[in-house]
Design a protein around this ligand. Structure first.
Ligand SMILES: CC(C)(COP(=O)(O)OP(=O)(O)OC[C@H]1O[C@@H](n2cnc3c(N)ncnc32)[C@H](O)[C@@H]1OP(=O)(O)O)[C@@H](O)C(=O)NCCC(=O)NCCS
Length: 184
């Protein structure tokens, strides 16, 4: 059986009314969505010339990207289009040197969809989640910061200390062996 493989590409201006129509049908359309979309980039999944799904993303000032607006036409769901769109956006963010991305799932089940398909982490304590009923999530491509540096230093020091103790034990064994030889 031929694999269903829509083309995923950057949306053209004329695609946007269709993107908004699908967002509305999916219940993932928010007040002011058009302005958000205008300052973002949108990837669309296109099949036989028709837009059947979309995912938008915008670059934030801190090296992170904000991803949002995932939607797939109900007639084409369950065939990997949603996950493919998410992975394509992730690839772009990664190749542009982004630190990672943040997003908000509409509910807990959808947050688990992002965990399963993308390996994101749900941010239980994020203010973004408290202000709304959405479930915030994030994914980072690198780990750094003072916390990581401290953990690394502690690990290095512990390893160094274990090696020194082992070395001391070897020296003690050698000394006691040489003492015994001398006594004989
Ligand atoms: C969520 C959505 C984008 C998935 O698109 P899709 O093309 O069907 O996704 P895929 O085929 O890649 O993946 C299918 C998976 O999505 C899961 N899924 C679909 N709708 C879901 C929902 N409402 N909640 C949780 N999981 C859902 C399916 O259970 C399936 O899981 P599995 O692969 O582990 O069996 C699509 O259902 C949709 O447009 N929903 C309405 C809009 C929406 O909720 N957008 C996300 C806002 S956070």
């Amino acid at each position: 059986m031929e694999r269903f493989k829509p083309v995923i590409e950057l949306a053209r201006e004329e695609d946007m009314p269709e993107v908004i129509r699908i967002l509305k049908t999916c219940g993932n359309y928010f007040e002011g969505e058009e302005e958000w979309l205008a300052r973002s980039r949108t990837l669309v999944a296109r099949y036989e010339g028709r837009v059947i799904g979309a995912r938008s993303f915008e670059k934030l000032v801190n090296g992170y990207y904000h991803v949002y607006g995932l939607c797939v036409d109900p007639a084409y769901r369950g065939r990997g289009v949603g996950a493919d769109l998410c992975r394509h956006v992730e690839e772009i963010v990664y190749h542009e040197g982004g630190v990672g991305y943040i997003g908000e799932a509409l509910d807990e089940e959808l947050a688990q969809f992002y965990v399963r398909k993308l390996g994101v982490k749900i941010c239980r304590f994020s203010l973004r989640g408290w202000r709304s009923n959405l479930v915030p999530y994030r994914k980072e491509f690198r780990q750094e910061g003072i916390g990581d540096s401290i953990k690394l230093s502690i690990r290095r020091f512990t390893l160094f200390w274990i090696r020194i103790r082992r070395l001391r034990k070897i020296v003690e064994l050698l000394e006691s062996a040489s003492r015994r030889v001398k006594q004989v």
